[in-house]
Design a protein around this ligand. Structure first.
Ligand code: SF4
Length: 230
């Protein structure tokens, strides 16, 4: 299994834990604001393989208490369940970042106790979903299925939206609120521009705008918070 990046320690990625973050290549979306665009087609050079990563985790036992899987879309890795089981056997809880497009694989990870926290993207309202995911069209049924699966509460989870001034508006958050009504927690993450994002010319919303959009969601999901906003 190819590992395309390793952040050896993070206090931010796995709530309440000192974790490392493992980056996998390949994604079936093409969000114009993606921060990991170099990983999307799966051709970026690997920095290590799974054996080397497991050796790293063994050395860090007692120093780290969590492992985050991100990408790209980690659920595209067909060996992810076997790999997650080995990580679990070393005593590490796993957090999974996902775009929600693979509910069957997500369900297997949850059912087999291979993931303890899931952070799933809600890209936008159904009407603007494909545009926000950088696709000409898309079937939202898998996304809806993943939302329903997480809301069953069999594992801890959050929903989150990367918020971009050009892609989101009041209606986005009204629709998202209705869609995930009753969810455990929801984060609005402010987009930050970088030279490497696939589409240049996108902007971060102002703080006041982010707060306004959070207020739109709060009647549906009381635990709404902002990220990336001072
Ligand atoms: S789903 Fe995530 S990794 Fe894939 S293109 Fe969008 S932001 Fe990037």
């Amino acid at each position: 299994m190819k590992i395309h990046g390793l952040q050896k320690m993070t206090l931010l990625d796995f709530p309440g834990r000192v974790a490392c973050t493992v980056f996998f290549g390949g994604c079936d979306m093409r969000c114009p604001y993606c921060h990991n665009a170099e990983l999307l087609d799966g051709t970026a050079p690997a920095v290590m393989d799974d054996t080397e990563l497991l050796a790293f985790l063994k050395k860090r036992q007692g120093l780290l208490d969590g492992v985050c899987f991100t990408g790209g879309e980690p659920l595209l890795q067909k060996d992810l369940p076997e790999f997650a089981a080995k990580v679990r056997d070393l005593g590490y809880p796993v957090k999974l970042d996902t775009n929600g497009n693979h509910p069957d694989r997500l369900e297997k990870m949850i059912r087999e106790g291979l993931v303890q926290y899931v952070a799933m993207d809600i890209k936008n309202s159904p009407e603007r979903y494909a545009e926000t995911a950088g696709l000409r069209q898309m079937d939202l049924a898998p996304i809806r299925e993943s939302v329903s699966l997480l809301m069953e509460g069999k594992t801890d989870y959050e929903f989150r939206t990367t918020v971009v001034a050009e892609l989101h508006d009041d209606e986005s958050f009204e629709q998202i609120g209705q869609w995930i009504k009753g969810a455990k927690r929801y984060y609005l993450q402010r987009f930050t521009d970088r030279d490497t994002v696939p589409f240049q010319g996108l902007h971060s919303p102002e703080k006041e705008q982010m707060e306004h959009w959070a207020e739109i969601v709060r009647p549906y999901v009381p635990a709404v918070e902002l990220r990336g906003v001072e």
